[in-house]
Design a protein around this ligand. Structure first.
Ligand code: SAM
Length: 275
C-alpha cells in the first residue's frame, strides 16, 4: 500500500525519466484518470491510501506516456474549447493553438461552415456548438478520421447540423459557405524526421503533405472561388513560417482583408481573409 503522494512521486519519476515536460502535472492527470477523480480532488487526497491495482495501472500508462504516446490516447479524449473530444490514433490530437482559429471564427456571425480536413471534428463541431443556428460540413480524405468525427458529433448532440464527407479537398462538394476553415497538414517533408518521436502516434497524412508544407494551401486556395460565398471568410491554421506564402496564395486567389493572427506564444498561427 502506498499513498497518493508517494504514487504521484513514482509516476513523476517515470515521466521525467522519459523526458516528458511538466512531468508532475501529467502524473496528476494520469492518476486522476485512473481513479476517475477531478484533478483538484486528487490534490486534496495526497495523504490518502492508494490502492496497489490503481498504482500499477497508472504506472503502466506512465510508461506508455514516457515512450511518447500522447496523453489524449491514454485517456481516450482531449479537451478542446471546453468540450471533450474522443481522440485516438485515427486522428490528429487537437492542439491548443487551433483555438486561435476558433476565437477568430467566432468574431462574426456565420450560417454555413465548411471544415476541410476535419480530423476529430474539433473545429467544425466547436463552431456549431457555439452557434446554435449554424450548420456545417466536415470533409476528410481519411474515412477512419471521419468515424471519429461522427462519434464526436453524436456525443455532442450535433448530428442534425453536422455532415461529414469523405473526399480529397473540394471533390464532390457543392454550394457556397460563408465560413470556410481548415487546419491542413502543413509540416514539410524535410521537417518530419526531427519530429518523429513526438508525432509517431498520429496519422502521417494529418501532419505532412510529403512536400514543401504548402500544397494543401494551394489546393484550398484553388477551390475557394467556387465555394466561398461573397463576403464570406476563410481561416486557415498555418505553421509559424508560412504566413507570407499562404497570404500570397490567398491574395492571388482574389481574397481581400488578409490578416495574420498570432498564437499565445506570439508565433504566426492563422491566416484570415475575406472573399
Ligand atoms: C492537421 S489535421 C487537422 C485535423 C483537425 N481539423 C484538427 O484541427 O485537429 C489535417 C487533416 O486533413 C486531412 N487531410 C489530409 N489530406 C487531405 C486531403 N487531400 N483532403 C481532405 N483532407 C485531407 C487529414 O486526414 C487530417 O485529418
Amino acid at each position: 500500500m502506498s499513498t497518493v503522494e508517494a504514487g504521484l512521486a513514482a509516476l513523476t519519476a517515470v515521466l521525467a525519466e522519459g523526458g516528458v515536460e511538466g512531468a508532475g502535472r501529467e502524473a496528476a492527470m494520469l492518476l486522476a484518470h485512473v481513479l476517475d477523480l477531478p484533478r483538484d480532488r486528487l490534490a486534496l487526497s495526497r495523504g490518502e491510501v492508494l490502492d496497489d491495482g490503481a498504482l500499477a495501472q497508472a504506472m503502466a500508462l506512465a510508461a506508455r506516456r514516457a515512450a511518447g504516446e500522447p496523453m489524449s490516447h491514454l485517456r481516450g479524449w482531449r479537451e478542446f474549447w471546453g468540450r471533450r473530444f474522443a481522440v485516438d490514433a485515427r486522428v490528429l490530437d487537437p492542439r491548443p493553438e487551433t483555438e486561435v482559429l476558433i476565437a477568430a471564427a467566432l468574431e462574426e456571425p456565420f450560417a454555413d461552415v465548411l471544415d476541410l480536413g476535419s480530423g476529430s471534428g474539433c473545429i467544425l463541431l466547436t463552431l456549431l456548438a457555439e452557434r446554435e443556428a449554424a450548420r456545417g460540413v466536415g470533409t476528410d480524405v481519411s474515412g477512419a478520421a471521419l468515424e471519429v468525427a461522427r462519434a464526436n458529433a453524436a456525443a455532442l448532440g450535433l448530428v442534425g447540423r453536422a455532415g461529414f464527407i469523405e473526399t480529397d479537398w473540394w471533390a464532390g462538394l457543392r454550394g457556397r459557405f460563408d465560413l470556410i476553415v481548415s487546419n491542413p497538414p502543413y509540416i514539410a517533408l524535410a521537417e518530419m524526421e526531427g519530429l518523429q518521436r513526438e508525432l509517431s502516434h498520429e496519422p502521417r497524412m494529418a501532419l505532412t503533405d510529403e512536400g514543401d508544407g504548402l500544397s494543401a494551401y494551394r489546393a484550398i486556395a484553388a477551390g475557394l472561388g467556387d465555394r466561398l460565398a461573397p463576403g464570406g471568410r476563410v481561416l486557415v491554421e498555418i505553421g509559424p513560417s508560412q504566413s507570407a506564402a499562404v497570404s500570397a496564395l490567398f491574395a492571388a486567389a482574389g481574397l481581400g482583408e488578409i490578416r495574420v493572427l498570432p498564437d499565445l506564444d506570439g508565433r504566426d498561427r492563422v491566416v484570415a481573409a475575406r472573399g
